[in-house]
Design a protein around this ligand. Structure first.
Ligand SMILES: [Zn+2]
Length: 277
């Protein structure tokens, strides 16, 4: 009996040892750059400094980043340059910063070639990206309608209180608490319908396939309800720039939460070492 237990344990140890040796080989082989070498041209941090930011990421995300470091750093530079607002992490725990944020460059969507269900505002970059998205959708025979854009802290507070009274509890998964809504940033929009089967409609399918090309990222995907703290919302998108969407798709398992959590955490690190080539 004991002998039977020992053999698999030995085999497992051997596998682990081989794997460790392979990893060590990849890191110290003559092809691997030294840990104190700069990661340029976009950033001046060393490999060791940069790698220390990756240690807490899920393994599949870390591996994807290691698989194409140069592209990751190029897109990261573009995202960092766009500005913190485009990747600031906001969830049920982390509020909008500052909590009474009112963006300076809000514009009326009436002034853009887009459809909305009511008068609404978003930040200028989001308005331009919504117009580009709308035009591409129209060319495919798809009509995208904005049904919610910028919301003030006070509006979100009323919405939250109303829902709380209606359902008898603070339904975090249904409505964000005041100060915790992406809509307060002026960079989030709801499109067309607040029904979960929206993702089966031509409009929902079109957004799923093409929104990222215009910098719009689905914030609350299906099967990630526990991570995000929100029910699946196939209509709710956040403008995170095209570079942000490429980073999300190629490196962050196509999950916005992982992307913003990482860049929010290491925002000052990336800024401090940004070179201007
Ligand atoms: Zn929304």
């Amino acid at each position: 009996m004991k002998r039977k237990m020992i053999l698999p344990a030995f085999a497992a140890a051997l596998v682990l040892f081989s794997a460790a040796a392979a990893v060590a080989g990849a890191r110290v082989g003559k092809e691997a750059p030294p840990h104190d070498s700069p990661m340029g041209p976009h950033f001046s941090f060393t490999r060791a400094q940069w790698e220390s930011t990756l240690t807490e990421l899920p393994p599949e995300i870390r591996n994807a980043i290691y698989a194409d470091e140069a592209l990751f750093l190029k897109e990261a530079a573009a995202l960092i340059d766009a500005g913190r607002a485009f990747y600031a992490h906001i969830d049920t725990v982390v509020p909008v910063d500052p909590i009474d944020l009112r963006p300076a460059d809000l514009v009326d969507l009436n002034d853009y070639p887009v459809r909305t269900s009511k008068p609404m505002q978003v930040r200028r970059p989001a308005a331009e990206a919504f117009a580009a998205l709308s035009q591409a959708a129209a060319a495919d025979g798809i009509r995208i309608v904005g049904i919610s854009g910028y919301r003030t802290y006070a509006y979100q507070q009323r919405l939250y209180e109303n829902l709380k009274n209606a359902v008898g509890k603070a339904g975090k998964a249904v409505s964000a608490a005041p100060g915790h809504s992406q809509h307060q940033t002026g960079l989030a929009m709801d499109f067309n319908s607040l029904e979960q089967d929206f993702d089966e409609t031509p409009e929902g399918l079109w957004l799923k396939a093409h929104a990222a090309d215009f910098g719009w990222s689905l914030s609350y995907p299906e099967e990630y309800e526990e991570l995000t703290g929100y029910d699946y919302e196939p209509w709710h998108f956040r403008y995170i720039t095209p570079a942000g969407c490429r980073l999300q798709r190629l490196f962050f398992n196509n999950i916005q939460f992982y992307l913003t959590d990482y860049f929010h955490r290491y925002d000052s690190f990336y800024r401090e070492y940004r070179t201007h080539e």
